[in-house]
Design a protein around this ligand. Structure first.
Ligand code: ATP
Ligand code: MN
Length: 478
């Protein structure tokens, strides 16, 4: 029987005692015609392969370059060199796939993140992106683990929907109509009765409304899937395709919602901490080098691991939108006119305001509640002041908004009245209103942007670097 290759991760856990091992991977570097640094992605660590050039034909050794895939069989011994504990003394070496050093864009030197974005089909072969995507994978698993352990039912909300109650203007339309020959009605409008669904359809901007339906059956549910928004802005925090986690809980009021969100975020950060120490260590190093390039006043005050730890230990600061506006108005920042957007009650907070509160005022995560109703969605529960709603946004250092949520309006009359004011068709939304007609209960939920969480945990400053293949305006490559 032929020997099976062992993952490098597992090899590094063995006690080296000259046992024979077989290993397959890609060459990261080949130094002095003697040392191969081999990576197979099972860990961000490389395995050192020692090649005695006298034992191998020159023709073969000439084919070993950065990117070449090889299989090696040899003896596993303790390494005396610096930087590694194990090494394999090669006895047999096969080239599986060659890699031309003249053509291969990834060379063993520092490439900029911008350059790597242009070669996103190859960037996963770098330690930076292996670290990011391993943490991403772990966090996705941890999300399921957290909710499953807490009695939540996982609901698959639809990706194609015909309800456009949310996110007007940000919708990607889904159609099978021939764009070169669009059927028109007698009055000259697009005849959607001829379209695939017989009416306009679009990609979902949120699974919340469907999650609410499910919460009325299971009490506690969550969705976790792709979400699409035709955000026509290029920011380091927005994607056109991103993943969202949306728990929805019956019999939860706003404070319960905040408690859950805080507990969940801390659990997820702790999970990364416990399970990805090597990756986070590497990312911390990477980030601190990046920080050195920035002007003094824009540098983040804490190294990555310290920042993560800090967010686990501290309780999040909770205050109302109105209190936050007060703080912003009276800040020396505002008086010195350092905000680009002037502060005023009723405004939607900009990232600069959110970051001021988190990074300058409180120096920890902040939960803002009770926003003006005019800037929030129709389904949020109305407060008695007739001006604000039971909304909550969670703001994180370096990120701004990471979670948006609310207690939902469970009173049929109040909801219908708000929909009328906002010109949302009660007829089209009958199925949503049915939850308020048939056994309505107080309930709450929120949306966590998965990439923003990954950004926070990995310390990557651009959201395009935490999803394998980012979709942004004019960019749908790979
Ligand atoms: P923002 O003001 O940052 O655009 P939002 O108010 O549009 O956010 P929500 O509709 O409340 O966000 O969505 C819930 C969460 O989804 C946000 O808190 C954020 O983490 C994430 N999110 C929203 N839009 C995007 C996007 N375009 N790309 C990535 N994540 C997003
Ligand atoms: Mn938005």
């Amino acid at each position: 029987m032929t020997m099976k290759p062992i993952l490098i991760k597992n090899i590094l856990q063995l006690t080296p005692q000259s046992q024979t091992v077989k290993v397959s991977g890609w060459v990261r570097t080949f130094r002095n015609n003697q040392f191969i640094s081999l990576n197979d992605g099972s860990t961000i660590k490389n395995l050192q392969i020692v090649v005695d050039f006298q034992n191998f034909p020159e023709e073969l050794l000439k084919k070993i370059h950065t990117g070449t895939s090889i299989t090696v069989t040899g003896k596993l011994v303790p390494s005396l060199g610096k930087g590694q504990t194990h090494e394999v003394v090669a006895e047999a070496l096969d080239i599986i796939g060659e890699c031309s050093p003249e053509e291969y864009p990834l060379q063993p030197k520092k490439h900029s993140l911008e350059f790597l974005r242009e070669i996103a089909h190859l960037r996963m072969r770098t330690t930076t992106f292996q670290s990011v995507f391993k943490v991403r994978s772990g966090l996705a698993f941890a999300i399921h683990q957290y909710f499953q352990q807490h009695g939540f039912v996982y609901i698959h909300s639809p990706i194609i929907t015909a309800s456009d109650a949310e996110g007007a203007g940000e919708l990607f339309q889904v159609t099978t109509l021939n764009l070169n020959n669009i059927p028109k009605t007698e009055t000259g409008e697009v005849d959607f009765s001829e379209d695939f669904f017989g009416k306009p359809a679009n990609l979902t901007v949120s699974g919340q409304l469907e999650a609410e339906l499910a919460a009325m059956a299971f009490s506690k549910v969550y969705t976790f899937g792709p979400t699409f928004r035709a955000e026509n802005s290029n920011t380091p925090r927005h994607l056109a395709e991103f993943w969202m986690i949306e728990p929805e809980m019956a019999f939860y009021e706003l404070p319960d919602n905040m408690d859950l969100a805080e507990d969940m975020l801390k659990y997820l950060i702790q999970y990364a901490f416990n399970n990805f120490p090597d990756e986070l260590e590497f990312l911390q190093q990477r980030q601190s080098e990046e920080e050195k390039q920035k002007p003094q006043n824009e540098r983040s005050s804490m190294p990555l691991l310290e920042k993560l730890n800090f967010c686990i230990k501290e309780s999040f600061e909770r205050l109302t939108y109105t209190q936050a506006i007060d703080i912003l108005e009276n800040s020396s920042y505002n008086k010195k006119k350092k905000f680009q957007f002037p502060v005023q009650w009723g405004m939607d907070l900009q990232t600069e305001h959110e970051r001021y509160l988190v990074e300058k005022e409180f120096n920890k995560p902040v939960i803002l509640t009770d926003y003006p109703k005019a800037i929030k969605a129709f389904y949020m529960r109305q407060n008695d002041d007739d001006k604000t709603v039971r909304a909550m946004d969670i703001l994180f250092p370096g990120i701004g908004e990471i979670i948006g949520g609310s207690q939902r309006e469970e009173r049929l009359d109040k909801l219908e009245q708000r929909m009328k004011e906002m010109r949302i068709s009660a007829k089209d939304m009958y199925w949503y209103l049915d939850t308020r007609r048939f056994g309505t209960v107080p309930h709450s939920g929120f949306g966590l942007g998965f990439e923003r969480l990954v950004q926070f945990v990995t310390g990557m400053s651009n959201i395009r670097d935490v999803i394998p293949f980012p979709r942004t305006p004019k960019n749908c490559e790979f």
